[in-house]
Design a protein around this ligand. Structure first.
Ligand code: GLA
Length: 384
């Protein structure tokens, strides 16, 4: 359905009836929030919501893009690639620029793209666009870059063209996602392991606050700096420390008085969260979903009180979900300051949960949330 609409638009705009088609999904993260840029562990998975691309070469030396979501066209010379004032186009240009920096020659490309990942919901629609477009260029021009390289290029595009100093989790999860599997990634070594996400009797439900507070990217970059400040101080006591990943809680406590209280709390959260990812992986291996759920609840509390990236709307959802019969895990997900909570809900209670949390959120905030049941699907790839 999605693909047909895109292909139709592609013919209408560019006259090419046989474009390359690529699907690039959104992601959830079970646990391991704000750990990726601290060289820690994360536990994400790709989902059934996705962005699709149709793409073909043109001989005009132009990048011609059409965004279905914004119903807007964009055009630039293929050898230009400067940051534009059209925000959505920068995600594509940033990726193209990474290929250019590697010495690849890019000629004209026509692209139509769009999908059903809600924008600003913390499901990484921007990373899906970046990795999807990397896949488009890699296939269209036969560059032969390996998947992990495309992940890194997409991440760099976000740093350089969107100004968000993100970690590697989103781009990685989106490319390496596998049906019904969550992935435990070591963000330092990039070693990863799949774990069967067998939630027998439970369902993952996202509840979208529908808000995205404006401080999102500046606060994100600030958190990153606060973590680095902590590392700098602790490095004085152990030169082997290069990221919070290397810090034991005992060492942090010992030097608590040498850092600002805020920096202490940021570091404390990250160390605890890293440990939780390891436990969560173990919990899933044992089929102990309740344990996973408890860890998720602890994560929310840490993100709210110590890392301070939650917001009123997310807390309204969390506070309601945590006491709701049938909910065994709930927390805010992603960078913070809006977006979704991720909830693990007993299959038998999903409808009741969806309607009750909608009612409660509306009464409390005046806004209507969106509720999504998600399934775990494959990562970015060419669609035949
Ligand atoms: C955003 C970033 C990720 C990660 C999360 C928080 O999604 O893009 O790299 O840091 O926030 O876990």
């Amino acid at each position: 359905m999605e693909i047909t609409a895109l292909q139709k638009k592609h013919i209408e705009l560019f006259g090419n009836s046989n474009p390359l088609t690529v699907r690039s999904p959104g992601r959830i993260n079970l646990i391991g929030e704000h750990t990726d840029y601290n060289d820690g562990f994360v536990f994400p998975a790709a989902i059934d919501k996705a962005i699709w691309f149709t793409a073909s070469k043109n001989d005009k030396g132009l990048f011609r893009f059409f965004s279905m979501d914004y119903s807007q066209s964009f055009e630039m010379k293929a050898n230009d690639l400067s940051i534009s004032n059209v925000a959505w186009a920068n995600y594509l240009l940033g990726v193209a620029n990474q290929f250019k920096k590697k010495g690849y020659q890019l000629s004209g490309v026509d692209v139509v793209f769009g999908g059903d990942i809600p924008i600003g919901a913390g499901l990484s629609s921007s990373a899906a666009v970046e990795t999807g477009f990397a896949m488009v260029l890699n296939n269209l021009f036969g560059f032969g870059e390996p998947n992990m390289e495309m992940v890194k290029m997409a991440q760099k595009a976000e740093h350089e063209y969107a100004g968000v100093m993100c970690g590697i989790m989103d781009q990685f999860a989106i490319v390496f996602g596998k049906k019904q599997q969550a992935i435990k990634l070591d963000c330092r070594t990039l070693d990863y392991e799949y774990a069967n996400l067998n939630l027998t009797g439970y369902q993952i439900i996202l509840v979208d606050t529908k808000v995205k507070h404006s401080l999102t990217s500046s606060a994100y970059n600030q958190r990153r700096q606060e973590c680095e400040t902590g590392v700098k101080i602790l490095k004085n006591y152990n030169p082997d420390i290069s990221a919070l990943r290397d810090v034991e809680m005992a060492l942090l406590r010992e030097h608590k008085n040498e850092m600002e209280e805020t920096v202490y709390r940021r570091c404390k959260y990250v160390i605890e969260e890293n440990n939780r990812v390891t436990e969560a992986f173990e919990a899933l291996h044992q089929g102990n979903i309740r344990w996973l759920g408890e860890l998720m609840m602890e994560t929310h509390t840490g993100l709210r009180n110590d890392f301070e990236v939650s917001c009123e709307e997310l807390d309204v959802l969390f506070d309601f979900a945590k006491d709701f019969y049938g909910v065994i895990g709930s927390r805010m997900m992603g960078g913070g300051f809006g977006g979704c909570t991720v909830n693990i809900v007993a299959q038998s209670e999903t409808e009741r949960f969806a309607s009750e949390i909608t009612k409660h959120y509306k009464q409390t905030t005046g806004n209507k949330p969106s509720v999504y049941k998600v399934t775990i699907e494959d990562g970015t790839g060419v669609v035949d």
